[in-house]
Design a protein around this ligand. Structure first.
Ligand code: SAM
Length: 257
């Protein structure tokens, strides 16, 4: 069902090596804590108990460096078209899709697994997580971690009383700003004009985001793809629908006067 999936207590608890095995090595940790095994506050609490042997193994990057971090998140990734497109463009960047629907997530998992089998050494940098991104982003990402966030064709929630359920809203923008790095880019695309206006208005009004100029957007090699790179975008294109898009940059907070 859509109501049950595991949620990590904090980003330190996510084992990304399961998602991106070729980017990680497991080395003996001599019982010491590894760089990615920060202590959680409730040490000793039932939920935070380390798995047996966890500290005997440290997960590091393949060159013995600290483990790499996910930098791009596709929120409500649907069938994963964006991840598949971006993977070869940024082969060294880890990216993850977040999707609420179980069956759709399973499809994306299988799609990525098949791509990896058919193309050895490729598509190792993309993965998918089934979760409610409106609730659990800070459980997965640290402050300032993400350099790109994507919201492509989010559900419109047309009725006024449902606008609070929209995935780009004032409250959640604070959370997105938190997980984004300064200078990082947040991309929104929709075929619903009213929703496009709404997302733009909310982002424009937020003190931690500024909108890129049309010229900057035209020069952004990712922004120019977004109209028809996903399954939803292709559907809109087939129906000759219009799309409305914006790119906003995460900026530094103005010091209080
Ligand atoms: N971005 C994809 C595309 O362009 O093809 C999918 C667009 S589809 C209209 C919106 C997707 O967002 C759906 O797959 C839906 O399950 C997902 N979604 C809605 N709310 C979500 C949430 N809170 N967390 C994660 N995914 C969500």
């Amino acid at each position: 069902s859509d109501s049950q999936f595991p949620v990590p207590l904090s980003p330190a608890e996510v084992d990304w090596s399961e998602h991106f095995p070729s980017f990680f090595s497991k080395v003996p940790g001599a019982g010491l804590e590894g760089p990615n095994q920060e202590k959680s506050n409730n040490e000793g609490g039932e939920a935070s108990k380390p798995k047996a042997g966890m500290r005997d193994v440290v997960v590091v990057g393949t060159d013995g460096q600290p483990p790499p971090a996910v930098r791009f998140a596709d929120i409500g990734c649907g069938f994963g078209g964006l991840l598949v497109k971006l993977s070869p463009m940024f082969p060294d960047t880890l990216m993850v899709g977040m999707e609420l629907r179980d069956k759709v997530t399973e499809y994306v998992k299988e799609r990525i697994a098949a791509l990896r089998v058919q193309n050895p050494g490729r598509f190792d940098n993309i993965s998918v997580i089934r979760t409610n991104a409106m609730k659990y982003l800070p459980n997965y990402f640290r402050k300032g971690q993400l350099t790109k966030m994507f919201f492509l064709f989010p559900d419109p929630h047309f009725k006024e009383k449902n606008h609070r359920r929209r995935i780009v809203n004032q409250g959640l923008l604070a959370e997105y700003a938190y997980v984004m790095k300064e200078g990082g880019l947040l991309y929104t695309v929709t075929d619903v004009e009213e929703l496009g206006d709404w997302m733009k208005r909310n982002l424009d009004a937020h003190p931690l985001f500024e909108r890129l100029s049309d010229e900057e957007v035209a020069n952004d090699n990712v922004a120019v793809l977004l109209k028809n790179v996903t399954e939803e975008g292709q559907k809109v294109e087939r129906n000759e629908g219009q799309t409305f898009h914006a790119v906003h940059r995460r900026i530094r907070a103005e010091p209080l006067a």
